[in-house]
Ligand binder design. Sequence first.
Ligand code: CA
Length: 435
Amino acid sequence: MKIKWGLYALLSLALAGTAACKQESDGGAGMPGESPQRSQSTGGTTGSGSNAELPESTPTEASGNDGNDSGDSSARANVKLTPVFQGVNLDRPTAIESRGDRLYVTEQEGRIVALRAAEADKGGKTETLLDLTDRVYSKGTEQGLLGLAFDPQYEVNGFIYVNYTTRTNTIIARYSLPLEERAASGDGKDEKVLMTFKQLYANHNGGQLAFGPDGYLYIGTGDGGGSGDPQGNGQNKQTLLGKILRIDIGKAEGDKAYAIPADNPFAKSGGAKEIYAYGLRNPWRFSFDADTGDLWAADVGQNKFEEIDKIVNGGNYGWKLKEADRCYEPSSGCESAAKQAGVIAPIWSYGREDGQSVTGGYVYRGTAIPGLAGRYVYGDYGSGAIWALKEEVSGHYGNELLLQSELNITTFGLDEQGELYLTSADGELYRLDPR
Ligand SMILES: [Ca+2]
């Protein structure tokens, strides 16, 4: 594993050689090749989120910056990463989902593989659930099969949804799987494309799919790529790029294979009807808190800052007026425009001293690590840091370094019990365990 990581690091360094910062390398999602050199962060966060305004003596600051555990509320000393499914090597894993007794992992090239959860500590083996390599284009480091969601009625209808790229487009498609054998392979021939839109550049394709507690399908899209959102998609309410979209896959409406939820912000007018929230650059993983239904998104930054957002209906998250809570374009004096546009500040952000490309995770609601309950666990593809973020006082968030890994973290996932897993770019799977 170490050797493989070394290769990745070399590759990353080679790729980053002429582009040590994101200005040229234009870091996107947490994908191989996107990471500049690993920072040897010791982990204390210097996040510039709203919490930065708290006085230094607050417990949240203490638990983050100086690395001291803050009594009962700290989970730091109590977690470790356990390698699981060690008999299996995944090919560029991008998403982890679970259903029943299995974990499902998407491989960037276009395969969905199933793993039996009970075999996590016994080596395990993969079964291919669906092979879409004939239609998925994955040459670009951020292209490929990027997202998977199971229909809320999967046990009845066998439907799954995927988000993948072709050479020119993003495709959101549905497949039905044989119900009688849960892990039997579908052949992909029954593909129903629900939605497709053009991607002018290879990078910033977003890719996350998830059903909300409202039963609607949420879709993360990047700003379409290039560097610095050259098309201005983030703030353009007429385009599907740079957004989180929300559609009702329960019925078709007009010429569309889905319907628009009546309370989408532009359902009647003012923008593309599918938009739920906008001003995003490249949300690399979002998730719903299984208890509260809150929508948490990690938005990969441009040059300086990575951010975590709490997404609300109709929210504008600022890109590219702002990168996190700093002006991006214009580079200064954006405040009045941002205020007019109703820009919502990230709840947390961090700079290059702590990482290069955020990978969003989940609010922990499992039982194995009680100290982690209610905390949003996320990491950084470049630095390997894994943090836990929690609202300590209304509107103020405390961020704690859980552990400093040596992994290029590509994605997080939950099993049916709500326990946390993650994958690394070199194809390994890990579980967050109590120590
Ligand atoms: Ca933002």
